[in-house]
Design a protein around this ligand. Structure first.
Ligand code: SF4
Length: 324
């Protein structure tokens, strides 16, 4: 099936509203990391730091214009992050510039965000062009090499210290926000023991990070034993960060409200969204506001074709897109 490179509306905790997601990478997934909590199917994908020509700016732009025609202007942000790290695409700057132009042309009051490991540019000491970007979320889940290796399973030879040094020297005008995902293995902390949290906060300070999102997972991860961290761990992380002079943004609640407009997605739209983010039927209903019966019909047809699967996680049924 055809895959769109702009999907939504998607409920975002950090936006406390809906966002559009731009995927300029896959399928297939391509990332310097293989995080234990990654929600994307394709856990066996090889990690990489090689920047190359992936999805073309034209394809991304066409998808984005189509999405905006379909969903109207109710999104609070456009997030460039799909099946991997957007900085792996040689066309990254062109794509971001084009997206910014479309937002301006349509007079849309939505911020432009990216989410990245930053390691592609850190290992190559490559300059990062952020002129048209409002915010950069940097995946930063560990304060020690051991935790880094365990939680992010980085590409061979990648070091946490490289990321810290790159961030320290980056002149980014306050756009960087570290993103800290705390998770458990079974009931045990993976990266939220007291010691891990202290080391994370110290690493953030060394890297010159001023703001950090603190979150845990809310969709099925690639490893079945991975669980969300308890709320107390998130609050403890926020305290450790505050002690180091870093402003924490705690993400606890998910948007429970409906998107501002009725959106009628095609099966391609629905598949393209579920490929990037597994979602429950309730979330889909809130996003599109179409009757449950229409959603069920579309999901069933995708499941019959073997490109969407049902995943039961923590008592909820999620639908996840898979590549054929
Ligand atoms: S969660 Fe993000 S950074 Fe981690 S492996 Fe998945 S796409 Fe890459």
């Amino acid at each position: 099936m055809e895959v769109k490179h702009a999907v939504g509306p998607y409920p975002s905790r950090r936006a406390n509203g809906y966002i559009a997601i731009i995927d300029s990478v896959g399928p297939p997934k391509a990332c310097p990391y293989n995080c234990v909590y990654c929600p994307i199917k394709g856990g066996g994908a090889k990690t990489t730091t090689t920047i190359k020509r992936l999805v073309s700016p034209d394809r991304v732009l066409r998808s984005f214009e189509q999405l905006m025609d379909g969903i109207g202007g109710g999104v609070r942000a456009v997030l460039v992050n799909g099946m991997g790290d957007p900085l792996l695409n040689e066309f990254f700057s062109e794509i971001v510039d084009s997206l910014a132009k479309v937002l301006k042309k349509r007079k849309l009051d939505a911020e432009l965000w990216i989410k990245t490991s930053l390691q592609t540019h850190a290992v190559a000491s490559r300059r990062l062009d952020l002129a048209n970007v409002d915010r950069v979320y940097v995946v930063f889940d560990a304060g020690s090499s051991e935790d880094y290796a365990t939680i992010n399973e980085p590409h061979h030879g990648l070091k946490l210290s490289t990321l810290i040094n790159y961030l320290k020297n980056l002149n980014e005008g306050g756009k960087i926000v570290a993103e800290l995902s705390l998770v458990s293995i079974g009931e045990l902390p993976l990266n939220w023991s007291r010691e891990s949290l202290e080391l994370i906060a110290i690493s953030y300070r060394k890297a010159g990070v001023r703001k950090a999102v603190v979150r845990t997972i809310d969709r099925p991860p690639r490893l079945s034993g991975v669980r969300p961290a308890p709320e107390a761990a998130l609050r403890r992380a926020a305290e450790s960060l505050t002690e180091q002079g870093i402003e924490p943004l705690l993400l606890l609640e998910k948007p429970q409200f409906h998107y501002s407009e009725v959106v009628v997605p095609s099966t391609t739209d629905l598949y393209s969204l579920l490929l990037r983010r597994p979602m429950t039927i309730t979330e889909l209903r809130r996003s599109f506001r179409i009757p449950y019966s229409d959603l069920w019909g579309a999901i069933e047809s995708l499941m019959n074709r073997g490109i969407v699967e049902e995943v039961v996680w923590r008592g909820k049924v999620f639908y996840r897109g898979i590549t054929s």
